[in-house]
Design a protein around this ligand. Structure first.
Ligand code: GCU
Length: 586
């Protein structure tokens, strides 16, 4: 019997495991690496299941007999369910589902030639918010938690020739032991909100490969299918690299001297990279660059860089948490039109296509996991969830030149438990990836009125969320704070902003007017650019976004701090004001 379900002992092992803690870990992650898959996006059967009845009654084990043949009654059949598109968020599909927070069932069939001892069959989900339990032909394949990172499951043991039924139990319940906890300033979209595919690979294949440039050489760290061994080739044709590698016991490493043109926002140079291993060929397009801090400066390829840009939620008025290439390209284009080079992907891992597109167009990114505000910092299982999300993000985006910073948290009240949790998380990120910078939105010591957070000791860059001129009325207090502080590290204003309702115009300084928001940024930039240790500014934020916490007549369920309205088209005065105010801030 598990704490979550008193009925677990009444059912079989698969059922019990469905309530167990054997969550899929980051180690199982497969990088598509340019390999084809059987896409499983499209129409799925969909049913709400507020009380997890489907787990108790084992809906996943039902056959697909037609109702007229039933000899005993049932409470579920995919044929009687709704039909929804995957990827999607159920909240935006029907008005009655808008505020549903609970469990649902997705189901679909696909045809397959059946299991093959010489082939691997790997199901890959781009993300499911918040927790998912996956069943194939009635067999429990595994579970995953964390609403914004990909996860992979071995499907071979349950595959059959012909029609296969895939069922996924997804639930987006707010819980105090989750990451994020139950209180956050964005909309709790639920569902299979990113792509789903079945990868058919040789039994011995490349699961993922981290390829980076460090100290004059390209370093390759390939993770293979378990126990895989044999010869490989690592190629970067444009650099004339074609190097042998030796795989043993599921891994392979190499270090190959090379002198690539380095990637930068101005010159986002990418190289086609290939790893051939038996029949399997892993491919990626990779930019090579270095990141470091030097005193209070941030260095890209050894030269100081100023990060100017905005934060953005993955939120859409029509599609909720779902995105597509056009939406992503618009996000990046708007940053460039702001005269920016930087985007903070708030407050959870965004779609993996964002970093790939940012590589191509030259925008640096801060990527983060939702260790946001209050978290159950003393709970070891909560830490395990946070660390798994962090390591899934690091593994997923390892080859993305655009990803410059890993964010390990945002505005978390200081306690010993919080410090231990986040210091351990920062160390886990740095151990997994020593080539990027680690940051967090840190705290201000209010008594001394200075930037002071013991967490900064384990960070490379201090993130500062400040709202002087909005939540704290007098912008001049920002100047006082900066003068009082001596962080000894680069400070990046990781958030600053003010609300404005698009179209509300007034020159009397009233809150929520476009003029007030525009003036806010003029004041901010004038003060920030005076401070030598401030290395950049991420406006909060690019677009208005849904947040039920915001219920004035100006907001009505939306956070209005966007430089652009939620239509992602209507620019507010602040967009031009910020662009002009920082144009010569190098
Ligand atoms: C906070 C928080 C954001 C929030 C913003 C706001 O700093 O990090 O998630 O949306 O302020 O109040 O708009």
């Amino acid at each position: 019997m598990t704490a979550e379900d008193p009925f677990a002992h009444l059912h079989d092992e698969d059922y019990a495991r469905a309530f167990s803690r054997d969550w899929t870990a980051w180690r199982d992650l497969l990088d598509p690496g340019g390999r084809a898959c059987l896409p499983l996006d499209g129409d799925w059967a969909f049913t709400l299941d507020p009380f997890d009845e489907g787990l108790r009654q084992r809906w996943y084990a039902l056959d697909d007999a037609a109702p007229e043949t039933w000899t005993v009654p049932r409470d579920y059949d995919p044929g009687g369910a709704h039909t929804v598109p995957v990827p999607s968020c159920w909240n935006v599909l029907k008005p009655e589902w808008t505020h549903y927070e609970g469990a649902v069932w997705y189901a679909r069939e696909f045809v397959h030639p059946g299991p093959d001892r010489d082939r691997a069959a790997i199901l890959r989900f781009g993300a499911a918010n918040y927790a998912a339990r996956v069943f194939l032909n009635g067999v429990f394949l595994g579970a995953h938690r964390g609403g914004s990172t990909p996860f992979c499951l071995d499907a071979a043991r349950a595959l059959r020739r012909g029609a296969n039924r895939l069922m996924v139990h997804v639930e987006n319940r707010r819980r105090d032991d989750r990451v994020p906890m139950s209180h956050f300033d964005w909309f709790n979209y639920g569902g299979l909100h990113r792509c789903v595919g079945l990868y058919d690979l040789p039994a011995h294949h490349v699961r993922r490969a981290c390829v980076r440039w460090r100290d004059g050489a390209i370093e390759v760290d390939a993770v293979l299918s378990p126990e895989a061994s044999g010869s490989m080739r690592f190629r970067v044709p444009a650099l004339g690299v074609d190097a042998p590698m030796a795989a043993s016991n599921g891994g392979a490493r190499a270090r190959i001297p090379a002198a690539p043109e380095l990637w930068s926002p101005e010159r986002p140079k990418l190289y086609d990279v290939e790893i051939a291993f038996g029949e399997d060929v892993f491919r990626d397009r990779i930019g090579f660059r270095t990141l470091a801090v030097d005193g209070t400066r941030i260095l890209l390829n050894g030269a100081p860089i100023r990060l100017k840009g905005a934060c953005v939620h993955e939120d859409d008025a029509v599609r909720g948490r779902c995105t597509d290439d056009a939406d992503i390209d618009r996000r990046l284009r708007h940053v460039k039109e702001l005269g920016g080079n930087f985007l903070r992907l708030s407050h959870y891992p965004h779609d993996e296509r964002v970093a790939r597109r940012a590589d191509a167009v030259g925008v640096l990114l801060w990527a983060e996991i939702p260790v946001y505000w209050a978290i159950d910092f003393a709970n070891p299982d909560t830490y395990a969830d946070a660390e798994n999300q962090m390591l899934e993000l690091v593994a997923r985006d390892a080859n993305r030149a655009s990803v410059a910073l890993w964010g390990v948290g945002n505005e978390n009240a200081d306690t010993d438990a919080r410090f231990a949790f986040m210091a351990r998380l920062a160390e886990a990120a740095r151990r997994a990836d020593p080539t990027r910078l680690v940051s967090a939105a840190c705290l201000v010591n209010r008594e001394k009125f200075r930037i002071e957070d013991r967490l900064a000791a384990v960070l490379d860059v201090v993130g500062l969320n400040e709202y002087f001129g909005w939540y704290e009325a007098d912008p001049r207090d920002l100047r006082r704070l900066l003068a009082n502080s001596d962080p000894g590290k680069p400070v990046l204003v990781s958030e600053t902003g003010a609300d404005a309702l698009a179209g509300l115009r007034a020159n009397d300084g009233r809150l929520f007017s476009e003029e007030k928001q525009a003036g806010f940024y003029v004041d901010q930039v004038a003060i920030l650019r005076e401070c030598a240790y401030v290395q950049g500014l991420a406006a909060w934020l690019l677009y208005d976004f849904r947040s039920e916490r915001r219920q004035t007549r100006f907001q009505r369920g939306w956070n209005r701090k966007g430089l652009i309205a939620e239509d992602k088209t209507t620019r507010k005065l602040a967009f031009g004001a910020l662009r002009d105010a920082w144009a010569d801030w190098r």
